[in-house]
Design a protein around this ligand. Structure first.
Ligand code: SF4
Ligand code: SF4
Length: 473
């Protein structure tokens, strides 16, 4: 199929032939020092790379150049995201699902996993538990099931979540990760005030997609792959994508993912808001070892670095699928958001599930509490941020991207990180975390370039001490 990033057809904007040629191009140039230098020079301009150029860096076999690639990724991360890491938590509303995805225990043929769907009252309980941990940003997850999880259920749940006010807690941004749907439903989600619409491609390879999704609506590769276009048409201009590394050859997925991002940029003038980098994990009846394409930690780090370089304006998300060690290894290479204190079961925040009732989608590798994660991040010099300002200030889509590309967004992110961290420390932080956090805030105020902003932040921090909440730039 002819490659055309502007096409509305999945097979043309993620063209198999173009990916095959890209793989061959990467392979042929893996030790081409002159070309690698040229690509690195372009990447240093911070304007991103094409999928072909990025593939050459991913395939690069020259040790000194690989070192440069990692250093550049780290520098780009610092330039665009500073030392901030935004925190969020997933909230699984329902694991009813009519699809047959072979890598997910919620697949319809799994008859022994407990099927659960939270009532509005249970959602209230879960959200209060999440607020009491300190979370401000959620990612809602449901299986695809028009009977159990119709769009109305999701809309009602979003409304419930935004309206829960408990002590000083508030969920201020609800991102949604649900199956591909219609423009009309995307419009309804937009009207409900969602932040980002997230949908993983899982695999960009059409034949693999068929094998991985033998039954159910998700088996329609084109409908699934063109979902982001429908979301954009429905008015959702912040979309989050990702592939599940381990299903197909990672090089293929890498090229496909970047082509998908290029397509959104070409058609809508704005690339993905976030890219997630999940790796396949063990779960109920899923054994990750049966998938041949698992990637080791070194390859994973290289992938993160190369995505960072190729799409510098796109936030990168790392979930609790990864353990503490891996998280430490890749955070500085480009990750801007992580989950903390997560449960991947339906419910489980208010009260842990008994083992025999386990409804988890995958095993969590990082079991620390949110406070432990906050403490750990600060110990490594990061500022944990609970900021949700942008979409609430109307900074979405191309408006957000132009601020991001000009570097101006930093003037918002940094003070917002300090003020939301302060809220966290005052309301939820343990004594040890508070101590480290207060010192960090004091030090980081000095890194706000404008005196006027510094002064406003100081005033707001004092007001937070007195109980006022929700300051933002
Ligand atoms: S990945 Fe999503 S669509 Fe597939 S079985 Fe799991 S919940 Fe259902
Ligand atoms: S200011 Fe915007 S981009 Fe920066 S952390 Fe907050 S929500 Fe994210």
């Amino acid at each position: 199929m002819k490659y055309d990033p502007k096409s509305s057809h999945a097979e043309e904007f993620i063209s198999h032939e173009e990916i095959e040629e890209t793989l061959a191009y990467g392979e042929a140039n893996r030790a081409n020092r002159a070309l690698i230098d040229e690509i690195l020079a372009k990447a240093r301009e911070r304007k991103g790379l094409s999928h072909r150029e990025a593939m050459v860096l991913l395939d690069c076999s020259l040790e000194d150049k690989n070192q440069e690639i990692f250093e550049l990724a780290e520098q780009i991360k610092k330039d665009f995201y500073g030392n901030r890491i935004v925190l969020f938590a997933p909230l699984y509303l329902s694991n009813y699902c009519i699809n047959g995805c072979v890598y997910c225990p919620y697949h319809a043929k799994n008859k022994h996993i407990p099927r659960k769907k939270l009532t509005q009252e249970e959602i209230r309980r879960e959200v209060i538990a999440l607020q009491d941990m300190g979370h401000k940003r959620l990612a809602l997850e449901t299986g695809e099931d028009p009977v159990h999880n119709p769009i109305e259920y999701l809309l009602e749940s979003i409304d419930t979540i935004y309206n829960i006010k408990h002590k000083n807690g508030a969920i201020r941004r609800v991102n949604v990760n649900i199956a591909a749907t219609t423009v009309e439903n995307y419009r309804k989600l937009k009207d409900a005030g969602i932040g980002t619409y997230i949908l993983f491609q899982d695999t960009c390879q059409k034949e693999s997609h068929k094998k991985m999704h033998p039954t159910g609506p998700k088996s329609d590769y084109d409908y699934h792959t063109e979902a982001m276009d429908r979301a954009q048409t429905g008015g959702i201009d912040d979309v989050g994508m990702g592939v599940l590394f381990g299903l197909e050859l990672y090089r293929y997925e890498f090229a496909g993912l970047l082509m998908h991002a290029e397509h959104l940029e070409a058609v809508f003038g704005v690339g993905p808001h976030t890219i997630s980098v999940p790796r396949i994990r063990r779960a109920d009846d899923i054994d990750p070892d049966v998938f041949d394409n698992g990637i080791d930690d070194d390859t994973f780090a290289k992938l993160v670095a190369c995505i960072r370089i190729a799409v510098p304006y796109t936030g990168m998300i790392l979930s609790t699928r990864e353990n503490k060690k891996t998280r430490e290894r890749v955070l500085h290479l480009g990750i801007s958001q992580i989950s903390g204190g997560s449960r991947t079961s339906v419910g489980g925040y208010y009260e842990p599930e008994p083992e025999e009732e386990c409804s988890a989608q995958f095993d969590v590798s990082d079991n620390r509490t949110l406070d432990e994660v906050v403490n750990w991040l600060m110990g490594m010099g990061y500022i944990p941020s609970f900021c949700t300002a942008c979409y609430r200030e109307g900074r979405t889509g191309d408006r957000f991207m132009s601020l991001c590309k000009s570097g101006q967004i930093q003037n918002c992110c940094h003070p917002n990180a300090l003020m939301t961290l302060k809220e966290y420390l005052v309301d939820y932080g343990s004594e040890g975390t508070k101590r480290i956090g207060e010192a960090l805030i004091e030090k980081e105020i000095g890194n706000i370039p404008k005196e006027k902003v510094r002064q406003i932040v100081r005033e707001n921090l004092a007001k937070i001490e007195q109980g006022v909440r929700d300051f933002r730039f």
